[in-house]
Every structure is written in C-alpha cells, then in structure tokens.
Design a protein around this ligand. Sequence first.
Ligand code: ZN
Length: 87
Amino acid sequence: MMIPRDCLRCHGRLEAGFVVDHGHYGSPDTQNWFSGTVERSFWTGLRTKGREKHEVTTWRCTKCGMLESYAGPQNPSVAVTGKWSDG
Ligand SMILES: [Zn+2]
C-alpha cells in the first residue's frame, strides 16, 4: 500500500486518522470504500452486498489541513478490537 509521506500541496507533515460515519444506527463507524456504482436500496439505503470493501484511512496535513484518503487492502492504521463482523 502506498502511504503518503508529505502533503502534495504544501509538503507539510501528514498524520493518519479517519473520518467518522454515522451510518450504523447512529453509532460512529469509519468510512468504507465499495467497488462499483451507487445503487439505492429501500431496506439498507445503499446496496453493498457482494462488493469489494476497504476501510478508508484519511491522512491530514498538519500544516494546511488538506485531507487525503486511502482505501488500501492492508491498512496499517486500522486496529480491529472486538468489532462485530459485518461481512
Ligand atoms: Zn498541506
């Protein structure tokens, strides 16, 4: 996985983080990337079943605040602790 070393805009230092989503019954969760185009579902909001999925890590420039998101298969900043499996 490509990990950014510094900001593309100002070359400031990037720090790893994540953007919180409130999609699961209002409880905070990370953003996820899914393959394909958006398909809306009456029951689940968006169809995600059977799609390739990657948790998104967002890097923030400590100097200018620019955000850079990565959805890699091996995500070094994600530590799963007691999280329910959602398939
Ligand atoms: Zn910057």
